[in-house]
Design a protein around this ligand. Sequence first.
Ligand code: ADP
Length: 245
Amino acid sequence: MLEIEALTVRYPNQPKPALEGVSMRVEGGERVALVGPSGGGKTTLFRAINGSVPSAAGAIVVGETLVAQAHGAALRALRRRIAVIAQMHDLVDRLAVYQNVMAGALGRWSSLHALRFLIHPNRRELGEAHAALERVGIAEKLRSRTSDLSGGQQQRVAIARALVQRPSVLLADEPVASLDPVLSEQILQLLCELARERGLALLCSLHQPQLAMRYFDRVIGLQHGRVVFDRPVAQLEAGTLVFAS
Ligand code: ADP
């Protein structure tokens, strides 16, 4: 589903590459945690997969699409297949929850359709938003104002929006960094369940190694822009996840 081969990414005017020779493969339904110190290259990797930063060498393939060759309509189609969940969710606070959820469908709607939806959502659209919210456990918030929700509920809205997008790859960039420990576990459990249930390739960066061990199938360590290990959880010991500086 997602294959990365010897990827190198350089930012302009930086002496060292942000990623160097990074290779990995994530199958549909597989849950992979990305761990490592700050500055290790996790966010850059997500940007490269999404086609937002160019690669200096190597290749990223999402499904059948070579990311470097996707431009214009092909790049938009690629981005529809990749849902992103950010650390501080990027919802529009003043909109109703269902409006934020259905933003996940914008990639498959015309501008006219999107405008009509904002003014007068139909029953089918509200039904789709309701179903996604039901799956993440907050169906009763369908018509609430998004700013009235707690941080954990807002992260659930972001996940519901990702479901509506019907992606094949789910990138979660520190999705629990601003949540308390109990909520963090609930959100990770939900993400991992959904990846398995819907056959999504899940790549999730995390700061807490113990959570990576508890919920994911595989853990990849990224440090100084390089993969320092890539192992199934069963073959990892907690000590492996401590990084030397
Ligand atoms: P992480 O997400 O693991 O903290 P990043 O991908 O943000 O790591 O950073 C990897 C490296 O790339 C770091 O050395 C960082 O300083 C550098 N970097 C990240 N973003 C930029 C940018 N926009 N311009 C220049 N350098 C950047």
